[in-house]
Write a protein that binds this ligand. Structure first.
Ligand SMILES: NC(=O)c1ccc[n+]([C@@H]2O[C@H](COP(=O)([O-])OP(=O)(O)OC[C@H]3O[C@@H](n4cnc5c(N)ncnc54)[C@H](O)[C@@H]3O)[C@@H](O)[C@H]2O)c1
Length: 256
C-alpha cells in the first residue's frame, strides 16, 4: 500500500525539476498523477516514463498564468480521474536578478503572472472539485526567498512571500471544508532552473555550491527528492491535522 494510494493529483510544473520528482514519487506511492506544464514534450515524457514504470499518469498542457488554460487542464484531469484530491502548485520562474529600482513593470509582471497568479488560478480551478470530493490537500511551492530577504532576484522574493500568504489565507478559508493548504520553502535545489545559474557562476557548480550552502547547517545543495518527500507527507493523510504551514526544506538555511 502506497502513502497516497488512489489519490487523484494535479502537479503544475511537473515536466521538470522538483515537479517531475514529485510526480514520479507520488506515482510510486500509488497516486494517479496529472502532469500539468507549459512544455509539452518533456511533460509527455514524464507521464510516459511513469506509465512505463507501472504508474498512472497523464499529461495536460497548460499555461498557469492564463486562467482559462489552467482551468481547462484541471477540469480535464478531474474528468479523467473522476475527481480530484490533491493539487501541487510547483510551476514557477525566477525572473530577473535586479534590485527594486532597476526592475521594469514588465519584468515584475512576468514573475507575478506565473508564481502568484498561477497559484491563484490553479487553486481557484481545483477547489470546486475538492468541495465535491468532500476535502482535499494543496501544497504550494514557495521558497526560503519568500521568508528572508537578500540582495538578489527581488520580484521572486516578493512573489514567494505572496505564495506564503495565499497558503495561510486559503488554509484559514477552506479548513471547514476539509481542504488543507500548506507550502514547502526550499533553499537551493539542483534542478534545471538552478543548473543554468550555476553554469554561469564564476568557478561553475562547485564554487556555486560552496557559496550557496555557506549559510546552511547541512552543506550540500538540495536534491529534488528532498523536497518531493516533504510534499508527499503534506499531501498525504499522514498530515491530516496540518494546515497553514510554510515549511522550510532548506538544509537548515533559515535555522542560522
Ligand atoms: N530550484 C530551486 O533551488 C528552488 C528553490 C526554492 C523554490 N523553488 C521553486 O520550486 C518550483 C520548482 O522549481 P524547479 O527548480 O524544479 O524548476 P524547473 O525550472 O526545473 O521546473 C519548473 C517547471 O515549471 C514549468 N512552468 C514554468 N512556467 C510555467 C507556466 N506559465 N505554466 C505552466 N508551467 C510552467 C516549466 O515548464 C518547468 O517544467 C518553482 O516554483 C520554484 O520557484 C526552486
Amino acid at each position: 500500500m502506497g502513502r497516497v494510494t488512489g489519490k487523484r493529483v494535479v502537479i503544475t510544473g511537473g515536466a521538470s525539476g522538483m515537479g517531475r520528482a514529485t510526480a514520479e514519487l507520488f506515482a510510486r506511492e500509488g497516486a494517479r498523477v496529472a502532469v500539468l506544464d507549459a512544455q509539452a514534450e518533456p511533460g509527455e515524457a514524464v507521464a510516459a516514463a511513469i506509465r512505463d514504470a507501472g504508474g498512472d499518469a497523464r499529461f495536460f498542457r497548460a499555461d498557469v498564468s492564463v486562467e482559462r488554460s489552467v482551468g481547462d487542464a484541471v477540469d480535464g484531469a478531474a474528468e479523467a480521474f473522476g475527481g480530484l484530491d490533491v493539487l501541487v502548485n510547483c510551476a514557477g520562474i525566477i525572473g530577473v536578478d535586479k534590485p527594486t529600482h532597476e526592475v521594469s513593470e514588465a519584468e515584475w509582471d512576468a514573475v507575478f503572472a506565473v508564481d502568484v497568479k498561477g497559484v491563484f488560478f490553479a487553486t481557484k480551478a481545483s477547489v470546486p472539485h475538492f468541495l465535491t470530493a468532500g476535502g482535499g490537500a494543496i501544497v504550494n511551492f514557495s521558497s526560503i526567498y519568500g521568508l528572508i530577504g537578500n540582495d538578489e532576484f527581488t520580484p521572486y522574493h516578493v512573489a514567494k512571500g505572496a505564495v506564503n500568504m495565499q497558503t495561510k489565507q486559503d488554509a484559514a478559508s477552506y479548513g471547514r471544508h476539509g481542504i488543507r493548504v500548506n507550502a514547502v520553502n526550499p533553499s537551493t535545489v539542483l534542478t534545471p532552473l538552478v543548473e543554468g545559474i550555476a553554469r554561469d557562476f564564476p568557478g561553475g557548480l562547485p564554487a556555486y555550491e560552496e557559496q550557496m550552502t555557506g549559510h546552511q547547517s547541512l552543506r550540500r545543495l538540495g536534491r529534488p527528492l528532498d523536497v518531493a518527500y516533504a510534499v508527499l507527507f503534506l499531501a498525504s493523510d499522514e498530515a491530516d491535522w496540518i494546515t497553514g504551514v510554510v515549511l522550510p526544506v532548506d538544509g537548515g538555511y533559515t535555522a542560522r
